[in-house]
Design a protein. Structure first.
Length: 285
């Protein structure tokens, strides 16, 4: 199997973002403990990579016939015929077991959360994408689990910091998902995916996207409000949220794909910047 096929099978860029989010949260949890165990950090990265890759692999197995219908996915290895579902299933199961074993070795709660994330993403979110826009809400849960998993891997339990990390990523996903869905709506319709709030590129979908982007502003300030971060993370989060909100407002004003594309790219920058600032500010306290 070629590396290019493997990277498409596991959705490498998405997997990298997930692992990055979990690794940052691990360091925050380690600071809360007062010690960073770098060997555990490496286990988290490898285990997180395997678990996320497995979930994406199962997703592509389930959607193989739908992927043939969309321009952006028809060249993935399974719909293109370069890999069969049996091979993908063996690979996915192997990665799932190995990843869960590594994460479970850190602590049992981390292992359970990783299994839950695979099940919810592959077997709840994936089939719902054709049925209802509620799929975005369901998908936002496993999508927000990586920072929770990373924190719990280091700290061993779910506390208020873990919930804040989860909350920021959970709310962020709505404008992120809907911006992508707006840009790719024509392609998504070929597969029958219903991901925009009203299933259409209309003002109501733009309004809902704007509202969730607005909600993200106070949520992003929770680290400062609760005293886990200082004014630096608060200031950066506020600026990033205002820029993000402006992009959502432009989509609401224009209803154009180009505005949705700018919101989508803005979401790619927003999350890592806010998470890194939380880490630096938290460590510096």
């Amino acid at each position: 199997m070629k590396w290019s096929d493997f990277s498409k099978l596991i959705k490498l860029r998405l997997t990298f973002l997930v692992v990055f989010s979990a690794s940052i949260s691990f360091l925050i949890g380690s600071k809360e403990n007062g010690i960073i165990i770098w060997a555990d950090w490496v286990k988290l990265i490898i285990g997180g990579f395997l678990v996320t890759s497995a979930a994406n692999c199962f997703n592509e197995i389930i959607e193989k016939d739908l992927d043939k219908l969309m321009k952006r996915t028809m060249d993935r290895p399974i719909p293109a015929g370069r890999m069969n579902t049996g091979q993908a299933l063996v690979l996915g199961l192997g990665m799932a077991m190995a990843g869960t074993y590594l994460l479970g070795g850190l602590n049992i709660l981390t292992g359970l959360l990783s299994v839950f994330s695979i099940i919810l993403y592959a077997f709840a979110y994936t089939p719902l994408k054709q049925k209802s826009p509620i799929a975005v809400f369901v998908g936002a849960i496993p999508g927000a689990l990586p920072p929770l998993i990373g924190y719990v891997a280091a700290h061993g339990k779910i506390d208020s910091i873990a919930l804040i990390l989860f909350g920021i990523q959970f709310v962020w996903q709505f404008p992120h998902f809907w911006a992508i869905a707006w840009v790719l709506d024509d392609d998504y319709k070929l597969a029958g995916f219903r991901l925009l709030p009203t299933q259409k590129r209309d003002r109501a979908s733009a309004v809902i996207t704007f509202i969730f982007t607005l909600i993200l502003l106070p949520v992003s300030l929770l680290p400062t409000i609760y005293g886990y971060g200082g004014y630096y993370v608060g200031a950066v989060s506020l600026v990033c949220s205002l820029i993000f909100l402006y992009q959502a407002a432009m989509l609401l004003r224009t209803l154009q794909i180009e505005s949705a594309r700018k919101l989508m790219f803005g979401s790619f920058f927003y999350l890592p910047v806010v998470q890194l600032m939380f880490l630096f500010d938290f460590i510096g306290k």
